[in-house]
Design a protein around this ligand. Structure first.
Ligand code: NAP
Ligand code: 8YV
Length: 317
């Protein structure tokens, strides 16, 4: 243990806590009976922050309270929980867990797509409820002949595309930057992408720039055979418009890993038979979560040993 003080506002995997405990003076804010008073007492010494989505927003309000803060190490590749511009303006480093979860999330996206199009959870329920004895499960839609649109051909989007190549479907994408080296068809707006596709997979970052990128017009363009898969952030889709589109048959089905107000999932979605709902599982394997935790630890150790972060986000790189 050193006298370098690290704040952990919300719990992280036990291995992360143990590793940080062994190396730093770790402040477990969530265990304090009066977190506010505890923070007021210890804030001046805090030089590092181990953040996750459970920790609430990491922004100017918190930075104002932590005058010695040098680095925020986020448990997750998405960092819409952190105001990285505000951190950069103050010279605070922000790191994420890029590079260790792309394949896992891409696998999950493909699993969710197949589960949604072939109605696998519904079929599982059919067998468990003893309904097979009364007759065959209804025929499902198919992935055959579909065009899949990827909203966000970044690190994870490219891994999704690679996997989709094995499924012999046409692949298109939209993001702000056209990438002619990728070999997939580019569309310059989300509506244009949706109009050209009958599966739309969202895998862009969350935050203000992508809020409700998938709106009523995009869902209308996706069409009545359309399937929407969201493995990005709940904020990327207008959830009310999505519920209306599913209810009214504007699109066929949806597979969702993320929601506007996690862990709360609207009752309307839970009652629908044409949706597959997962509890934000993209990276949630033991191996990948361990690798993410190790990267949080390694970023903090590297920063305080060498002054260099391993996986800085672009705003603070
Ligand atoms: P990344 O490599 O940064 O890729 C993000 C892509 O989104 C980029 O290619 C970017 O291209 C595009 N993009 C950004 N802003 C956009 C906008 N306003 N409009 C259209 N496209 C935009 O990120 P990644 O590692 O693939 O991760 C993407 C996101 O997935 C994360 O930020 C996180 O929110 C989510 N995620 C979810 C899970 C889960 O468990 N479900 C797990 C991991 C990650 P341009 O800059 O050219 O637009
Ligand atoms: C994590 C994620 O589930 O990396 C991300 O952006 O959404 C997931 O890998 C999450 O960040 C951990 O709470």
């Amino acid at each position: 243990m050193t006298e370098t003080h690290i704040l952990m506002p919300a719990p992280m995997p036990a291995a992360v806590i143990a590793a940080l405990d062994a190396r730093f003076t770790l402040h477990r804010l969530w265990e304090q009976p009066d977190p506010d008073a505890y923070l007021a007492e210890h804030a001046p010494a805090i030089r590092g922050l181990a953040a996750n989505t459970l920790a609430g927003r990491v922004d100017d309000a918190l930075f104002d309270r932590l005058p010695a803060l040098e680095i925020v190490a986020n448990f997750g590749v998405g960092y819409d929980n952190i105001d990285a511009q505000a951190a950069a303006a103050r010279g605070i480093m922000v790191t994420n867990t890029s590079g260790v979860l792309d394949a896992e999330v891409a696998d999950l996206a493909l699993g969710l797509l197949l589960a949604t199009v072939r109605r696998l959870p519904q079929a599982d329920r059919y067998v468990r409820e003893g309904r097979w004895e009364q007759g065959s499960f209804p025929l499902s839609p198919t992935l055959r002949g579909r065009t899949v649109g990827i909203l966000g051909l970044g690190a994870i989007g490219q891994q999704i595309a690679r996997r989709l190549e094995g499924f012999d479907v046409a692949i298109a994408y939209h993001q702000r930057t056209r990438r002619d080296d990728r070999g997939y068809t580019y569309h310059d707006t989300p509506v244009a992408l949706a109009a050209a596709c009958d599966v739309l997979i969202a895998i862009v970052p969350g935050g203000a720039a992508t809020r409700h990128l998938v709106n009523a017009a995009v869902l209308e363009a996706l069409g009545k055979d359309g399937i929407f898969i969201n493995v990005a952030r709940g904020s990327v889709a207008d959830e009310a418009a999505l519920i209306a589109a599913l209810r009214e048959g504007t699109i066929l089905a949806a597979g969702l890993d993320v929601y506007a107000d996690e862990p709360h999932v609207p009752a309307e979605l839970r009652a629908m038979d044409n949706v597959v709902l997962l509890p934000h599982l993209g990276s949630a394997s033991e191996q990948t979560r361990a690798a993410m935790g190790q990267l949080v630890v390694d970023n903090l150790v590297s920063w305080f040993d060498t002054g260099k972060a391993l996986t800085a986000v672009p705003e603070t790189a």
